[in-house]
Design a protein around this ligand. Structure first.
Ligand SMILES: NC(=O)C1=CN([C@@H]2O[C@H](COP(=O)(O)OP(=O)(O)OC[C@H]3O[C@@H](n4cnc5c(N)ncnc54)[C@H](OP(=O)(O)O)[C@@H]3O)[C@@H](O)[C@H]2O)C=CC1
Ligand SMILES: O=C(O)[C@@H]1CCC=N1
Length: 264
């Protein structure tokens, strides 16, 4: 399957890397375009894949086209293109609604998909927005592509804003938490590298425990918090200083921003 990317920044590179590593496609079958020649040439040199000179050339070369530009670039990019109806188009952009995509694409040829940066390690949590107009073969293609880079869930479009907060953007929050935990240990003399590895493994294990245990996170907090012990000091301190409130506000801000982008 030839896969084309329009826009080849952080997200597109992450997806392409996952698809090549998982042998869903081969380097020779990946094509991309960027805004600037410099970025295209640099990526070609570093990645050994084919950059093409125009966005139309991506459409012409690929069976599946992944739109991975910034949301505000969509109209400008899609307007001049001729996209045959048999090509499957996947948009990974936040804030570019189905209604917006249908200004440029047929109802039965596209999916909105929201992966996350953890696709780098085949651990994305990806949402595919349900589209009842596409056929089962296209659905299978999109599911196969994104299952290669992690977990996949089908959701209605109304839930995408909150999904972005929960999974598309949340890696940044978790990275902030890992970095802050590690930095706090540096204060006590541990090296940043060691502290980061330790904090990352603790976070990785905690996610795995939640996944694999029938116990809720709330009950797991109690299991770690020995009576009169150390953990409960932190939990109560975080509760007093508004940790949960800050996270709730952060989710609200992300949903608000996605709605704002979607209404533009
Ligand atoms: N980063 C993430 O974790 C996630 C991002 N997304 C979505 O992915 C999309 C891309 O985000 P991200 O990768 O972070 O952004 P980047 O800024 O890293 O990449 C954007 C890419 O688009 C290219 N581009 C801009 N204008 C054009 C154009 N006219 N024609 C062709 N290519 C163009 C840029 O080219 P050049 O290099 O020359 O500037 C660049 O390669 C966004 O819509 C975002 O919502 C979704 C999930 C997670
Ligand atoms: O920050 C953004 O807009 C994109 C969407 C999800 C992750 N990155």
């Amino acid at each position: 399957m030839n896969i084309g990317f329009i826009g080849f920044g952080n997200m597109a590179k992450t997806i392409a890397n996952g698809l090549i590593n998982e042998e869903v496609t081969q380097k020779e079958r990946v094509f991309f375009s960027t805004r600037t020649k410099e970025s295209r040439q640099k990526t070609e040199k570093e990645w050994g894949i084919t950059g093409v000179e125009s966005n139309q050339a991506v459409i012409d070369s690929a069976d599946v086209i992944i739109l991975a530009m910034k949301p505000h670039q969509f109209d400008e990019v899609l307007q001049p293109l001729t996209i045959p109806k048999e090509k499957l188009v996947i948009s990974v952009a936040a804030g570019v609604t189905s209604t917006k995509l249908e200004e440029h694409l047929s109802k039965n040829q596209y999916f909105r998909v929201m992966p996350n940066l953890n696709a780098q390690v085949q651990a994305s949590m990806t949402a595919i927005v349900e589209n009842k107009e596409v056929d089962s073969r296209q659905k299978e293609v999109v599911e196969t592509l994104f299952s290669a880079i992690g977990e996949v869930v089908f959701i209605p479009e109304e839930q995408l804003s909150v999904f972005i907060a929960l999974a598309g953007s949340s890696p940044a929050i978790v990275f902030l938490m890992i970095d802050t935990l590690a930095r706090s240990a540096v204060k006590y003399g541990m090296s940043k590298d060691t502290a980061t590895k330790i904090a990352a493994q603790a976070v990785l294990g905690s996610g795995k425990t939640v996944h694999e245990s029938a116990t809720s996170p709330w009950d797991l907090i109690d299991q770690v918090s020995s009576p009169g012990g150390i953990t409960v000091e932190a939990i109560l301190n975080l509760m007093q200083s508004g940790f949960s409130g800050s996270l709730i506000q952060a989710v609200d801000k992300m949903v608000e921003k996605d709605n704002k982008l979607s209404n533009n």
